[in-house]
Design a protein around this ligand. Structure first.
Ligand code: FES
Length: 96
Protein backbone atom coordinates (compact mmCIF):
# COMPACT_ATOMS: atom_id res chain seq x y z
CA UNK A 1 0.00 0.00 0.00
CA UNK A 2 1.42 3.40 -0.92
CA UNK A 3 0.45 6.92 -0.03
CA UNK A 4 0.42 8.97 -3.22
CA UNK A 5 0.34 12.22 -1.22
CA UNK A 6 3.86 11.61 0.14
CA UNK A 7 6.49 13.62 -1.72
CA UNK A 8 10.04 12.32 -1.49
CA UNK A 9 12.44 14.77 0.17
CA UNK A 10 14.51 16.61 -2.40
CA UNK A 11 16.73 19.70 -2.47
CA UNK A 12 17.60 21.08 -5.90
CA UNK A 13 19.90 24.01 -6.60
CA UNK A 14 18.81 26.59 -9.15
CA UNK A 15 21.78 27.92 -11.13
CA UNK A 16 22.70 31.25 -9.53
CA UNK A 17 19.48 31.04 -7.55
CA UNK A 18 17.84 29.47 -4.51
CA UNK A 19 17.54 25.98 -3.10
CA UNK A 20 14.22 24.40 -4.11
CA UNK A 21 13.06 22.16 -1.26
CA UNK A 22 10.23 19.68 -1.69
CA UNK A 23 8.92 16.84 0.39
CA UNK A 24 9.19 16.05 4.07
CA UNK A 25 12.03 18.39 5.08
CA UNK A 26 11.03 20.56 8.04
CA UNK A 27 12.57 24.02 8.32
CA UNK A 28 13.47 25.23 11.82
CA UNK A 29 15.28 28.18 13.35
CA UNK A 30 18.52 27.39 15.13
CA UNK A 31 20.57 29.69 17.30
CA UNK A 32 24.22 29.49 18.32
CA UNK A 33 24.82 29.30 22.07
CA UNK A 34 27.93 31.07 23.33
CA UNK A 35 30.13 30.48 26.35
CA UNK A 36 30.90 33.30 28.80
CA UNK A 37 34.13 33.77 26.81
CA UNK A 38 32.11 34.39 23.64
CA UNK A 39 32.96 31.11 21.95
CA UNK A 40 30.27 29.19 20.11
CA UNK A 41 29.53 25.99 22.00
CA UNK A 42 26.29 24.48 20.68
CA UNK A 43 23.13 24.96 18.67
CA UNK A 44 19.68 25.50 20.17
CA UNK A 45 16.82 24.25 18.04
CA UNK A 46 14.15 26.93 17.66
CA UNK A 47 10.65 27.17 16.31
CA UNK A 48 9.33 25.33 13.30
CA UNK A 49 9.11 27.64 10.29
CA UNK A 50 7.73 25.18 7.74
CA UNK A 51 6.76 21.55 8.43
CA UNK A 52 7.70 20.47 4.91
CA UNK A 53 8.36 21.69 1.39
CA UNK A 54 7.81 23.14 -1.03
CA UNK A 55 9.79 26.27 -0.24
CA UNK A 56 12.70 28.15 -1.82
CA UNK A 57 15.68 29.12 0.35
CA UNK A 58 17.84 32.13 -0.43
CA UNK A 59 21.45 31.36 -1.36
CA UNK A 60 22.56 34.86 -2.33
CA UNK A 61 22.08 36.37 1.13
CA UNK A 62 20.24 39.43 -0.19
CA UNK A 63 16.58 38.41 0.16
CA UNK A 64 14.33 40.78 2.08
CA UNK A 65 12.30 37.76 3.19
CA UNK A 66 14.98 35.44 4.61
CA UNK A 67 15.28 32.54 4.81
CA UNK A 68 13.12 32.49 1.71
CA UNK A 69 14.11 33.63 -1.76
CA UNK A 70 12.30 36.75 -2.97
CA UNK A 71 14.01 36.76 -6.39
CA UNK A 72 16.46 39.51 -5.43
CA UNK A 73 19.19 37.25 -6.85
CA UNK A 74 17.87 38.11 -10.33
CA UNK A 75 18.64 41.83 -9.82
CA UNK A 76 22.14 41.48 -8.35
CA UNK A 77 25.35 39.96 -9.70
CA UNK A 78 24.97 36.71 -7.74
CA UNK A 79 27.32 33.93 -8.82
CA UNK A 80 26.17 30.75 -7.10
CA UNK A 81 28.93 28.62 -8.58
CA UNK A 82 30.16 26.04 -6.11
CA UNK A 83 33.87 26.59 -5.44
CA UNK A 84 34.74 23.72 -3.11
CA UNK A 85 36.32 20.75 -4.81
CA UNK A 86 34.52 17.42 -4.40
CA UNK A 87 35.65 15.09 -1.67
CA UNK A 88 34.98 14.31 1.94
CA UNK A 89 33.46 17.04 4.03
CA UNK A 90 35.51 18.34 6.92
CA UNK A 91 34.23 17.73 10.39
CA UNK A 92 34.52 20.38 13.12
CA UNK A 93 37.99 20.28 14.66
CA UNK A 94 39.68 18.66 11.64
CA UNK A 95 41.33 21.89 10.50
CA UNK A 96 41.82 22.93 6.92
S1 FES B 1 18.59 33.33 -3.85
FE1 FES B 1 16.83 34.41 -4.43
S2 FES B 1 16.85 36.18 -3.20
FE2 FES B 1 18.62 35.10 -2.62
Amino acid sequence: MSDESVVEPLVEIEENGPYHVTGDIPLRNRRILYSDAGESIAWRVGELIAPSGPYRLCRCGQSNNKPYCDNTHRRIPFDGTETRSPGRARRPGQGL
